[in-house]
Design a binder for this molecule. Structure first.
Ligand code: SAM
Length: 403
């Protein structure tokens, strides 16, 4: 029955780990969410000045509304109430009676009862009831897969609103069980060295397909893979024409079983790209161009941008000037993300070299070779020895073989 007192950000909560879920490792996730929401609310506030006649702007005049659909101890909601400026109302919901009791206690303890409303319901029901009376931000932070909550989430989010979605079922998303991944996320995952980014792209594809059913589409602001989970922050808008264009932002992945070369193939192409009426990429049965082996096929995955660079730069300034328990780590990860090339997936340098049985050169040497050949290169925040480049596979193999 012993509760421990936990201080995180500006919140102080009583956590009883046996009864209600509390994970100190997720402080990074909560810090990042506070920073993202702070910029989002500033943007909403500015929008009100630019477009005072728009419905969303009018409704947001007193601040934004947030649903924390799976709240556990209420820690996140309390932090949002105390640390995010321009918040009007937060609903902290959980299906477990013990959790709701703990949320109530913690809300009272932190004196945020005027901002945080406690709710004891299945998250999906809360979302469906708010299909017209929508939230400006919806945080979905479940155990495992967020899949079952997405249909409700894309409907109860206001125009241009923000979805904050966590997935912790990394084994499924990262290729250990491709069929289960297809059942849960509508995409085949692959065992790949780039599995962490693949997981992000499978989740984004999944959210996008849910949104599409209601004539809505997503814009990712930042997508991260850390520790044992992934977390994406996307804005949701309405528009049939943009929705039709989404097929060109989705694609299949072909990974050679021999040399592990990765090729992506968009599900559709814009008219100007598609002169011959066929999408690009290798046909299913074509053998690998570089080593003659077969391909594994995965997807569909999201091929569009993972991050909005301008947003990431705003986020960096926010973190630089703010107080966060995980500030150093946030700065580190965000700086890498800011430099990340907008190219799907990556290779691992040590893996590339071991395929051709050569010694691994220093990362900078390898990057310079790509840059000298006229291409761009960066790493991915998802792996420290990753090589992200716009160079075609043929150029990469030329450089690797010439070593
Ligand atoms: N967001 C919390 C944090 O940052 O500390 C952690 C949430 S915890 C991972 C997941 C919570 O979801 C649990 O408290 C569980 O009771 C709740 N839950 C599970 N299924 C639910 C459902 N269908 N509706 C609402 N809550 C649910």
């Amino acid at each position: 029955e012993e509760s421990i007192v936990v201080r995180e950000g500006m919140a102080e909560i009583l956590a009883n780990e046996k009864k209600v879920f509390y994970n100190p490792v997720q402080e990074f996730n909560r810090d990042l969410s506070v920073a993202v929401l702070s910029i989002f609310t500033e943007e909403r506030k500015a929008y009100q000045k630019i477009e005072p006649s728009k419905k969303v702007a009018q409704r947001c005049s007193e601040g934004i509304t947030i649903l924390e659909a799976l709240s556990a101890t209420g820690l996140r909601s309390i932090r949002y109430a105390k640390e995010v400026p321009f918040v009007h109302q937060i609903t902290a919901n959980d299906i477990s009676a013990a959790a709701v009791e703990s949320i109530k206690k913690n809300v009272l303890h932190n004196g945020v009862g005027d901002l945080v409303t406690t709710s004891h319901e299945d998250a999906t029901m809360v979302m469906y009831r708010h299909r017209s009376d929508r939230f400006d931000a919806v945080d979905v932070d479940p155990y495992g897969s967020p899949s079952v909550f997405l249909d409700g989430a894309v409907q109860c989010i206001s125009e241009g609103g923000l979805l904050l979605i966590t997935a912790t079922d990394m084994a499924v998303l990262a290729g250990n069980s491709p069929e289960t991944c297809h059942v849960k996320y509508g995409a085949i995952s692959l065992k790949s060295k780039a599995c962490h980014e693949m997981a992000l792209r499978i989740l984004l594809q999944h959210i996008s397909s849910h949104a599409g059913r209601y004539g809505r589409y997503i814009q990712p602001l930042i997508s991260i893979s850390v520790d044992f989970y992934i977390r994406v922050f996307v804005r949701v808008y309405t528009g049939q024409i943009v929705c039709k264009g989404v097929a060109s932002k989705l694609g299949m992945i072909y990974q050679c079983v021999g040399c592990e070369s990765i090729t992506t193939q968009p599900l559709s192409m814009t008219k100007s790209d598609n002169k011959y009426g066929l999408p690009a990429g290798p046909p299913v049965d074509k053998l690998c161009h570089y080593c003659g082996h077969k391909h594994h096929i995965g997807g569909p995955i999201w091929l569009g941008p993972l991050h909005d660079r301008q947003f990431v730069s705003q986020l960096l300034s926010k973190v630089d000037t703010g107080e966060f328990g995980t500030k150093k780590r946030l700065q580190g990860v965000l700086n890498v993300i800011y430099e990340e090339l907008d190219v799907p997936l990556y290779y691992l340098l040590d893996r590339l070299m071991s395929i051709v049985k050569c010694e691994v050169p220093p990362m900078v040497t390898f990057s310079s070779a790509l840059i000298n050949a006229g291409y761009k290169v960066s790493i991915s925040h998802a792996h420290k020895t990753s090589v992200k480049t716009d160079a075609p596979n043929s150029v990469i193999w030329d450089i690797v073989r010439a070593w």
